[in-house]
Design a protein around this ligand. Structure first.
Ligand code: CO
Length: 189
């Protein structure tokens, strides 16, 4: 294990709860992030929210692999959003499945970093999508919640099959490896 967290999968109740605000940005938060980073990188994800490793705190980490290294957002809030953008989203907690989801194209997010400093980021397209997706995790919302009713039913059916395969250790041949929020390769394409 080496201190690395295991990523929780859809169906785990921890993914359906609202995470609590972080009141003290201290060494414990920094250690939590240190443990979350390998989990995100091993899965080749571009974002990981604390509830995905079973921690009910309002924090997520992200890295678009553009050379800036990982960043942390604590108690994030979207204060403004604009436009509309369709993107094929995946989730480390729903590996193997992706869905075309429409969300605002641009968002303005505010929060704190690991030093407790205020952070304010205006993001577009992929980064904006990442923020909205990770913030959803802090509110117990998963990407399938953004689908139309019929599509959602089908998604949940597909997920039951996928989950059974994952749990029996025989991941389907067509989709090896997990599909992160947005695949690292897909993000680069
Ligand atoms: Co996710």
């Amino acid at each position: 294990m080496g201190g690395t967290f295991e990523i929780r999968l859809m169906g785990d109740p921890v993914l359906r709860q609202r995470a609590a605000e972080i009141t003290d940005i201290d060494g414990r938060v920094a250690r939590m992030v240190d443990d979350m980073l390998p989990a995100m990188y091993e899965a080749e994800g571009i974002g990981l929210a604390a509830p995905q490793v079973g921690i009910q705190r309002r924090l997520f980490i992200f890295d678009l692999y553009e050379g800036d290294g990982p960043q942390t957002l604590i108690n994030p809030e979207i204060v403004e959003s604009e436009g509309e953008w369709t993107y094929t989203e995946g989730c480390l907690s729903v590996p193997g499945l992706t869905f075309d989801i429409v969300r605002p194209k641009e968002v303005h997010i505010v929060g704190r970093d690991l030093d407790g400093n205020e952070v304010s980021i205006e993001a577009d397209e992929l980064l904006a999508r990442l923020f909205q997706h990770e913030l959803d995790h802090l509110d117990g919302v998963l990407l399938v919640d953004h689908l139309e009713r019929a599509e959602r039913k089908e998604a949940l059916r597909d997920w039951r099959v996928q989950l059974a395969q994952l749990q029996s250790g025989t991941n389907g041949p067509a989709e090896s490896g997990p599909v992160p929020l947005v695949g690292r390769n897909a993000a680069a394409d």
